[in-house]
Design a protein around this ligand. Structure first.
Ligand code: PFF
Ligand code: NA
Length: 446
């Protein structure tokens, strides 16, 4: 256990930290646009199924490894493998996780920067009395401006690294504890307002009317990737947090609490956003800009709309901030494991992630049409492959490690759910989650 880091002292603090990692852009930005691009209800159904069958059991597996190892992900994996008489090469899984979060954080910071832009514009009253096409135009001209986007991306990375450099912080978790319920409340108000618009019925139909015909291999792959992404599972990021989980806390209970909240937040955001889409005759498959062209319109209808829009983006930023801190943790913990000081590790991670993020920034202007692979520009590539491929592969390996490699007694103790709870979890991971990931990935490759 690294002495310089404090451990979350209460069960509640741990749940808050994991919630902070889970709830973020994945729920409010990514879930709606992926649902829109992947056939609506078909995607939603698969995503919920994957959360239950994969996300939850593998989330428990991942936190369990960290908790049992009480070290950085690589060190925990090597240590636990060796004490079970297995190969220390499992440590490479920690490195793979670090690569995954490196790629994810690089675009996550850029998109969080969009929220900074919107916060400022909302405070300026720039959205007042704009028509939907004008909101779209404003967003497009922002995307076409690499300097403004770089500025926001830089600010966001600085904010993230400032906290990360300080070590696992209770301060931000407390702030989160105080303010996140406000974000949920605001989403409930928005969804409630949406219920009074004529887009509400079509939005519900789009989200909840079964549509098996829309299910394709691609939709299944996207839904699986999103389930991992939204729960922050598969990149050893929760493993890094598991190292600080207090003793005597049921891991399944913590995981179920976090996952339920995460799904609920996504549903509320989806209802609010698709109601706007359908009442304004917009395209559900608009893509990554979906949230940014719909929410200003939704808020404009509310009394004091600009103020609420600004508050919303401020709260969203807080949510993405805690997710980014979690994304940075496996890299920083890894470098610390190599003997670097925490501040140095944070600086190295911050600068390299920032630099990679510039490629995402430019993907909306000068590098828009640069084909990196399969017709995707950099932003399209970096928002797809790490999520749809790396997270499931990482999750699969973590699941294999926890359910087949680690010693049974160590895993049993770290799950902290009694022998029966352990049996249920182990059965799910061994015979449901692991085969499911393998089958989906294999059908994706074919
Ligand atoms: N779960 C975060 C979200 O939904 O925004 C994103 C994320 C965090 C993905 C941490 C992966 C990760 F390791
Ligand atoms: Na999420």
């Amino acid at each position: 256990m690294n002495e310089t880091l404090d451990r979350w002292t209460t069960r509640r603090a741990f749940i808050l930290a994991v919630t902070g990692a889970a709830v973020g852009l994945g729920n409010i930005w990514r879930f709606p646009y992926m649902t829109g691009e992947n056939g609506g209800s078909a995607f939603l159904l698969l995503y919920v199924a994957f959360v239950l069958l994969l996300g939850l059991p593998v989330m428990m597996a991942e936190i369990l490894v960290g908790r049992a190892g009480r070290r950085s992900p690589s060190q925990s994996l090597a240590h636990l493998a060796m004490s079970a008489g297995r190969s220390p090469h499992w440590r490479w899984l920690g490195l793979f996780g670090a690569l995954t979060v490196f790629l994810i954080l690089s675009f996550y910071s850029v998109v969080s920067g969009w929220s900074i832009e919107y916060l400022i514009e909302a405070l300026n009253g720039d959205f007042v009395a704009l028509t939907p096409p004008e909101v779209g135009g404003m967003f497009d001209s922002f995307l076409a401006d690499p300097l403004r986007m770089t500025f926001n991306h830089t600010v966001f990375m600085l904010l993230t690294m400032a906290v990360v450099a300080g070590g696992v912080s209770n301060g931000l978790e407390k702030l989160n504890n105080l303010l996140m319920p406000m974000l949920y409340l605001l989403l409930i108000v928005l969804a409630g307002y949406a219920a009074t618009t004529d887009g509400f019925g079509p939005a519900l139909a789009w989200l909840f009317t079964p549509n098996p015909a829309a299910i394709t291999v691609e939709v299944v792959l996207n839904a699986m990737g999103h389930a991992f992404f939204t729960l922050a599972v598969g990149a050893c990021a929760l493993m890094a947090y598991g190292a600080y989980m207090p003793d005597h806390q049921s891991l399944p209970r913590a995981a179920v609490a976090v996952a339920s909240l995460d799904v609920l937040v996504a549903l509320l955001a989806g209802i609010a956003i698709f109601s706007v889409v359908f009442s304004q005759g917009m395209d559900p498959a608009e893509g990554p800009g979906l949230m940014f062209v719909t929410l200003p319109i939704a808020f404009a209808e509310l009394p004091g709309g600009s103020v609420w829009l600004a508050i919303f983006f401020l709260l969203l930023l807080l949510a993405t901030w805690t997710s980014s801190i979690n994304l940075a943790e496996p890299m920083v913990a890894g470098l610390q494991g190599l003997g670097l000081k925490r501040g140095q590790a944070a600086a190295i991670v911050g600068v390299s992630v920032w630099a990679l993020g510039l490629l995402s920034v430019l993907s909306f202007s000068t590098m828009k049409d640069v084909d990196w692979i399969g017709g995707m520009n950099f932003f399209e590539l970096v928002t797809t492959i790490p999520t749809d491929l790396f997270l499931p592969v990482g999750g699969l390996l973590i699941a294999i490690f926890a359910a087949w490699v680690m010693s049974r007694d160590t895993a049993l103790r770290a799950l902290d759910a009694g022998p029966n709870g352990f049996r249920v979890w182990q059965f799910l991971v061994r015979y449901v989650s692991i085969p499911l990931v393998v089958v989906v990935l294999a059908s994706g490759l074919i």
